[in-house]
Design a protein around this ligand. Sequence first.
Ligand SMILES: [Zn+2]
Length: 250
Amino acid sequence: MLGVVDLGCRKPQMGCAMALVDRLYTLQRLDTLLNRFREQKARLRDLLNNREEIERYRRRLEEMRARVKDLHRQLLESDAQVQQLRKKLQDLEARLTKGQVQNPREALVLQQEITYLYRKIDQAEDLALQVLMEWERSKADLEAAEAEFQQMEAQRARLEAELQKEIEELEANMQELLERRRVLMGGLPPDIMAQYEQLQARKGGLAVALVEEGACSACGAVLSAARLQAARNVFSLTYCPQCGRILYAP
Ligand SMILES: [Zn+2]
């Protein structure tokens, strides 16, 4: 019969009675599945590698830690300032009460200085209090953020483990498909295989198109009765007149 290709079967257990076009269609289905798995794997890998959200949060935490540290430094400084002013006030008041100042004019100046110091101490204490409150607020915010981050990290670790598992499962499936592909390819003549791969490369990965309701399911071309008849002959190859793909009519 014209167009019959000897499949040169080397593995009878793999079903050598399979006609050429059946083999090609099976190969196409394997390849389509393999491509889908490859895309799926790439998507999972992207998800696995995308740590943007968690890294953004980590940077925010670092800023918050720096802020708390800075506020603590400001707090120590403002406390020291208050202590310093109080010490100065004590000294001046001691001079006044111990009667070290005899001159009334000098006493007046000292009194004015003391009044001024009281005001300064009030201001410094207000500032220290403000810094203290701000420091405490920032510390509480930081603690909450740290707790949230811990949860986020735990969640992320769970997600990564799941993704890793899915990728491994996909890889195992792909290995199995590749093995089946290798066996299937062993039963196809090299020139047919080359033709198939060329078609795949030109036709977006789809070299064999299923015939559905008398039309090519890949491009929609309605097939003539003669072509349909030819496509049903499983031992020869028939091509779609429009897209050029190999037709498979089950
Ligand atoms: Zn077509």
